[in-house]
Design a protein around this ligand. Structure first.
Ligand SMILES: [Zn+2]
Length: 109
């Protein structure tokens, strides 16, 4: 029988136990890396528009263009060594820059 944790969103796990750290779960390590890359891009003033809408559009496009890398909890990250850092940061920066260019050309406002 499949674990009941499958299909539960990250936030819901908090509701279940009160502490997400103790629950085995699958996370996409590249999701956090993309979020950080977009944050750095915006903070560096590289975005044509940095409103919430454009920021989220840049994030969504960047996430769609970045292959997911799922692991079981952060604790096991070290087992994966170098492979946990793929794609390299330079590639992520390029993905974010490309997404920002698209959003700048066709903003939703
Ligand atoms: Zn905007």
């Amino acid at each position: 029988m499949a674990s009941p944790l499958l299909g539960i969103k990250y936030d819901s796990i908090h509701d279940l136990t009160g502490s997400a750290d103790e629950v085995p779960r699958v996370i996409n390590v590249n999701e956090e890396r993309v979020i950080n890359a977009v944050r750095e891009f915006i903070n560096a003033g590289k975005a044509v528009c940095a409103c919430d809408e454009c920021t989220l559009d840049i994030l969504a496009i960047s996430l769609n263009r970045t292959p997911p890398r799922y692991i079981v909890n952060d604790i096991h990250m070290n087992c994966f060594g170098e492979s946990a850092g793929k794609p390299p940061n330079e590639d992520l920066d390029e993905i974010v820059a490309g997404a920002a260019k698209l959003v700048a050309e066709k903003p939703h406002h």
